[in-house]
Design a protein around this ligand. Structure first.
Ligand code: TRP
Ligand code: ZN
Length: 882
């Protein structure tokens, strides 16, 4: 690893580029260890900047072969090369720069820049990977037309791809050939892509709304050619949806997706040539679970949607990352909601936000949706930028309503097509079409941390009034001690005693929606505000934050009866589910209290009866399945200042067993009623039935009765789809039925050892196994021939799953798992800094643990900090140190 500086970059220091690029012609001569990259770049001084500035280009891990300006070779005294830059002091106002460099893709384990995955070459340039390919102004506000000639051995790399359209190809000496690609759209370097390999293609086509035919191609390694259908169907659905919902049409004649096994993230939206983690493209009913099918649908759509929200209109600088990511996540969430069950999609998205993003907001790496400084931008591809960013766009969409939001997005795309812009430009478009004042709302972009709303309700019988008083408060985060009040839209309803929504008439308080509606949006702008509802003749039960109308924590002193009432009657599906979660959290907290004082924890019978009631409430299977799941250990941890890890784990298990015992009849009935026959279909209706059946069966397996074990074993052996096979495998492996568990693992391994993605599931099932020997097993599995620290999917499946989802073991009081994680992170940092700095996350969350664990975790962080670290890991560790 090249020694680099750890300078902090600030948003306030932004300056427009000193030089603009008109066009770039690249020639790649591909060899695993010695690839030559030749570039011809047409530069022009930016008239907005001072005269006479030097040309400063980014470049990392490059071997400079030659430099010429306007055809004249430069000598070494004409320029300076540092670890991160090439500086040429004297250049004309407009000139052509020719540079040749040599790079070593085969030794590039960072998976950034040009690298090898199996036998292919591929690239990942976002955010700042292009500088590992050649010297260039590697910043998103420098946009240029790219032409790329790719030269390689014809036998090993018959397929040569880059952005745009192929314009030339031919044969060369020594069994080599070339293809030249031209991208007619100006783009920043982060959207550059190149792929070379022995790949096969699945082809289809799409006719756009203006009648143009677009060739669609999914390129994969030959053994994966039978796993592309779902991604192709998803792509076409996404193209149609973006035309119908946003009026956005695709712009090139060809759209390519390539699946690669070694990839740091989910996928990348390179212009015309998306590169995907194979886990986000490849699926067949027998190899991929329902979850994987849905993730593929969402990620394919996400990358496609970036063609407008990201590529045609891009970011001025990386502080604006959420401009493209938050908006694009919002778009993909709405798409998935339209393709599947809307309420379930919302529940899943919010559950993820509330567990993982809220934890990030409460931890040492908390940052605003638009950060104002960073050391390494790769560290900011976070849940805050993506998921909280999407919640902000959702609030804007709700504030405007569908018609104005569409007008606003049309205006944004038209006004800024071909530009690199800022969050303010997006907001200005929304303000211009609606007249809404977003001044206070901008705090959502600048302020880190999750606001807490404390709500109280007072019923006045004499005046027939119900008053909601809402206080907002955001805890200080690093570098932001004092938080301002935000503009928070709180959607509410009031239920009467029989569970009907009351018509709402507000006498005081700022709200939107018509008087008499049963939903109103309260606009909280002050630290504390009251809202008075008129004509309320009985004490109502408030349904607050309907649809999760803002990314906040909400506390209201609900009684058990009020929660039961909401759980049964709320017309808002999300809040019905959330009432069940609140009731379960209260019951589990009660048990954890008993556990901590040495009593035998017992589950409150009210929860048992509430769950029993769900079975004949006439719920859709999808909603019933969601409502039957107890809050996970991670979300439960969020409910405490100091996490009682062991209590949470033990009590949740006891609660599952108690429910299984009390509801055996209902659970068995649901298992039997939701068996599917016929071919597997990844459609919402069938997914819901499988989910419900498998949820109920895992409750039954908590008791490990002979019949339950036998049913899981049969399902494991007889199912033809991976959803059911995986669910049964999980049930067996997480039980105490060692013999059947080991037999199932072995059968599975024998059948799937050649399939990397299926083996990822095999690792996951074992990494999350709650047994006390889990760490030993994880260590042993690291020696398995299917495991490799160089492959991010493997690291995530085994090590991340263990450290994040096997909480009781990871936090084992012997500290051995902390030590293990620190060791792995240190090894990994030398290969892949991006993955190392993500992997260390659980160790950075020591603030939430008890004193003894805090000390153990801090000691490991200190040990990591003492090593020579990448920028990525350095930034995270120095924030996390006490
Ligand atoms: N822009 C990509 C997306 O959200 C994210 C991405 C893919 C990425 N690969 C990356 C970000 C590597 C940083 C590093 O769709
Ligand atoms: Zn994205």
């Amino acid at each position: 690893m090249t020694q680099v500086n750890n300078d902090v970059i600030y948003l306030k220091d932004y300056l427009s580029p000193a030089f603009l690029v008109h066009s770039v012609a690249l020639t790649f001569d591909l060899e695993p260890h010695q690839t030559r990259v030749h570039s011809l770049i047409q530069f022009e001084r930016n008239s907005k900047r001072e005269v006479g500035l030097p040309l400063v280009l980014h470049g990392v891990d490059l071997k400079l072969i030659s430099v010429a300006v306007n055809g004249t070779p430069l000598s070494e005294s004409d320029y300076q090369v540092t670890a991160e830059q090439l500086v040429i002091t004297q250049v004309p106002n407009a000139f052509e720069l020719a540079v040749e460099v040599e790079i070593d893709p085969a030794n590039n384990t960072s998976l950034e820049g040009l690298y090898r995955s199996n036998t292919m070459f591929c690239t990942q340039c976002e955010a700042e990977g292009f500088r590992k390919i050649t010297y260039y102004p590697d910043r998103p506000d420098v946009m240029a037309a790219f032409t790329t000639k790719v030269i390689a051995d014809k036998t090993e790399y018959p397929v040569l791809l880059s952005n745009g359209n192929p314009i030339d190809k031919g044969e060369l000496d020594n069994n080599r050939h070339f293809v030249t690609w031209q991208d007619p759209f100006d783009k920043p370097a982060y959207l550059f892509a190149l792929v070379a390999g022995d790949l096969q293609v699945v082809e289809d086509s799409f006719i756009t709304m203006s009648g143009r035919k677009v060739a669609l191609e999914i390129w994969v390694e030959p053994e994966n050619i039978t796993k592309c259908d779902h991604a192709m169907a998803s792509l076409k659905a996404a193209m149609t949806w973006d035309e119908e919902v946003y009026g956005r049409e695709y712009d090139l004649d060809i759209y390519m997706i390539v699946a690669v096994n070694d990839f740091n993230m989910g996928a990348m939206e390179n212009k015309g040539l998306n590169i995907f983690n194979s886990s986000c493209v490849l699926a067949r009913p027998d190899t991929a679970t329902d979850g994987a099918f849905q993730r593929i649908e969402g990620v394919v759509a996400h990358e496609y949607f970036h063609n407008w929200s990201g590529n045609r209109v891009t970011c001025r600088d990386w502080f604006q990352l959420s401009l493209k990511e938050g908006f694009t996540v919002y778009r993909d969430q709405c798409f998935s909601a339209d393709m599947n069950d809307e309420a379930v999609k919302r529940i899943e998205d919010v559950a993820m936000l509330r567990t993982a993003q809220f934890a990030e907001d409460a931890g040492p790496t908390a940052h605003p949706v638009r950060p104002d400084h960073f050391i390494e931008i790769s560290n900011f591809y976070t849940l805050t930028i993506y998921e909280k960013g999407s919640e902000i766009v959702r609030m804007i969409a709700n504030l405007l309503g569908p018609d104005l939001f569409r007008k606003g997005s049309d205006l944004y795309f038209e006004r800024h097509d071909g530009q690199a812009v800022t969050v303010e430009d997006f907001i200005a478009a929304m303000a211009d079409v609606s007249g809404i004042d977003f001044t206070q709302f901008m705090g959502w972009y600048s302020q880190a941390g999750t606001p807490t709303l404390s709500v109280s309700g007072v019923f006045n019988h004499d005046l027939n009034q119900y008053t909601l008083t809402i206080k907002q408060q955001t805890a200080p985060t690093k570098g932001q001690a004092n938080k301002q009040a935000l503009h928070i839209p709180v959607k509410v309803g009031l239920l009467n005693a029989v569970g009907e929504d009351l018509p709402l008439t507000l006498s005081a308080g700022d709200a939107s929606g018509a008087q008499g509606d049963t939903d109103r949006v309260l606009h909280l702008r002050e630290a504390e505000q009251s809202f008075v509802f008129e004509n309320i003749t009985e004490e109502p039960v408030p349904s607050l934050l309907r649809g999760f109308s803002a990314p906040v924590k909400l506390s209201f002193d609900y009684t058990q009866d009020q929660l039961l009432h909401l759980m049964q009657h709320d017309s808002d599906g999300f809040n019905r589910w959330d009432a069940g979660q609140r009731l379960a959290i209260a019951a589990l907290k009660e048990m954890i209290g008993q556990f901590e004082s040495g009593e035998m924890p017992t589950l409150n019978p009210v929860l048992i009866e509430a769950y029993r009631g769900l079975f004949d409430a006439g719920l859709e299977p999808a909603i019933l399945a969601e409502m039957l799941v107890l809050p996970g250990e991670a979300y439960l941890s969020e409910q405490f200042d100091i996490v009682p890890v062991d209590g949470i784990h033990a009590c949740r298990n006891i609660a599952c067993k108690t429910l299984a015992q009390a509801l055996t009849v209902e659970l068995e009935q649901a298992v039997n009623d939701n068996q599917l026959s016929g071919d597997y279909r990844p459609v919402a209706e069938d997914i819901a039935k499988r989910r419900l059946k498998n949820t109920c069966q895992s409750y039954l397996m908590a008791l490990e009765t002979e019949s339950a074990v036998e049913r899981s074993w049969q399902q494991f052996n007889q199912s033809d789809n991976m959803t059911d096979v995986q669910a049964a495998l999980m049930q067996l492996v997480h039980s105490k039925q060692d013999e059947k568990a080991n037999a199932a693992l072995e059968i599975f391994e024998q059948e799937w050892q050649q399939d990397a993605l299926v083996m990822d599931q095999w690792f996951q099932v074992q990494a999350s196994r709650p047994h006390p020997d889990a760490l030993a097993r994880v260590k042993a599995l690291m020696e398995h021939s299917a495991f490799s620290l160089k492959n991010p999917n493997k690291v995530r499946s085994l090590i991340s799953v263990y450290c994040n989802q096997n909480r009781a073991n990871f936090h084992s009081i012997d500290g051995l798992s902390y030590q293990f994680l620190a060791d792995v992170v240190l090894t990994l940092d030398e290969m892949n800094p991006q993955i190392a700095s993500r992997l260390i996350t659980p160790l950075t969350r020591w603030q939430k643990m008890d004193g003894k664990r805090q000390k153990l975790m801090q000691a490991e962080l200190q040990r990591v900090a003492a090593a020579n670290l990448s920028k990525d890991l350095f930034e995270v560790v120095q924030k996390a140190l006490p």
